[in-house]
Design a protein around this ligand. Structure first.
Ligand SMILES: *Cc1c(COP(=O)(O)O)cnc(C)c1O
Length: 384
């Protein structure tokens, strides 16, 4: 996200023609958003769980088919607060993957927990469930898997491991809004699941996020934790922070939710065209559609294998010359970050599948409204 913004400004004033960015935020009609925020101007209730916040929460509970949704000002604080709510012992170890956005590993660490890096599988780049149990020690307290690119983790195997070892299971589901697995939303799995509603995600509230869960006991706790731990007018129960979603964010969410299915359908068309052009090309590997999954077409990752005629960085640079901004997503791995170099499981050599993906992958531009002509132009550049 940040990188693409930076690329945008780099090109400002250039006459090389239109930039195709890796993503483009979906927007409702201007008039639709204005109509949605009119009552906020009248009531002057701008934040603190107002009517828009309440309405969006209800609609999301229905859409996701989950008992509880707690809204947050962003996905990162949603994940941090979900982990805080699990009440895990300080210094506890949390098994996670390094093939993710910085946020996942940071959230674990900022909660006083220790990330333990597990490799990913080479089919969909989610956590390799066959490698988890070897990493479990007497200090392990939780697993934080990531449904990366909108690909679902092996939720059954993860549930089984978590239950057998009495571990909390908190999903980073930031990429999966709109996905269905066997008819269920990703909100339904684990002790909690976090969605990000950042402007670059398939569904957004400008900035925003949510924690989804079944457990009734978490409702009050999460609502208190996102509001300074304040339980009542004269009672502060927890050392909370401030992570509330405001009314203008919620209003954007109410608008965008009305158009979600159209949005996903438009993304599907671009995805389909990419697959027509790139499937079966020797040296190019795509993520295969997953069994029992209705995708959300959030990203279009492509692996440029060692055998392909151009390496990943060459393709990246060539596209950039043509004002097409792809993204090395996720590169570098979080287990190579300077801030994690002292962790016992740091080092990319310990997660070779993730390291291969990180050094060979590009996510190509994908958003609602990306034209077939643009997809063709991108594919022509990659292939020739
Ligand atoms: C976007 C994202 C987050 C963080 O969400 P924000 O809403 O930007 O705070 C966390 N994890 C992953 C995998 C993400 O892509």
């Amino acid at each position: 996200m940040l990188y693409s913004q930076k690329n945008l400004t780099e090109y400002t004033g250039d006459d090389m023609g239109e930039i195709i960015n890796v993503t483009r935020s979906s927007m409702p009609e201007f008039e639709e958003y204005c109509a949605e925020i009119r009552d906020i101007f009248e009531s002057r209730w701008l934040t603190n769980m107002g009517v828009k916040h309440q309405a969006l929460q209800k609609e999301l509970e229905n859409y996701l088919g989950i008992e509880h949704v707690t809204l947050f000002t962003n996905g990162h604080l949603a994940l941090e607060t979900a982990l805080t709510a699990m009440d895990l012992p300080q210094g506890g170890e949390v098994i996670t993957t390094p093939f993710t956005f910085a946020s996942t590993t940071h959230a674990i660490t900022r909660c006083g927990l220790v990330p333990v890096f597990c490799d990913v599988n080479d089919r969909d780049y989610t956590i390799d469930v066959t490698k988890i149990e070897a990493l479990i020690t007497e200090k392990t307290v939780a697993i934080v898997p990531v449904h990366v690119y909108g690909n679902m983790c092996d939720v059954e195997a993860l549930q089984d491991i978590a239950e057998r070892h009495h571990l909390k299971l908190v999903y980073d589901a930031a990429h999966t809004f709109g996905v269905r697995y066997k008819g269920k939303s990703p909100a339904c799995f684990g002790d909690a699941a976090m969605f990000s509603f950042h402007a670059t995600k398939v569904f957004h509230t400008i900035e925003g996020g949510a924690v989804c869960y079944h457990n009734d006991d978490l409702v009050q706790l999460l609502n208190d934790l996102k509001n300074f731990g304040i339980r009542g007018p004269e009672e502060v129960a927890y050392v909370g922070g401030n992570a509330k979603m405001n009314e203008f964010q919620a209003a954007m969410g109410l608008c965008n939710l009305r158009h979600l299915e159209e949005e996903i359908e438009k993304r599907r068309l671009a995805d389909e065209r990419y697959r027509e052009r790139l499937e079966g090309i020797s040296g190019i590997r795509l993520c295969a559609p997953q069994k029992d999954v209705r995708p959300n077409y959030a990203y279009f990752p492509v692996i440029f294998e060692d055998g392909y005629k151009y390496d990943r960085d060459t393709v990246f640079a060539r596209l950039k010359e043509e004002n097409i901004i792809a993204r090395k997503y996720f590169y570098p791995l979080t287990n190579s970050f300077a801030c994690y170099k002292d962790l016992p499981t740091a080092g990319t050599e310990k997660t070779p599948v993730a390291q291969y993906a990180a050094t060979h992958v590009l996510t190509l531009p994908l958003f609602a409204g990306l034209s077939q002509e643009d997809v063709d132009r991108i594919c022509d550049l990659i292939l020739n």
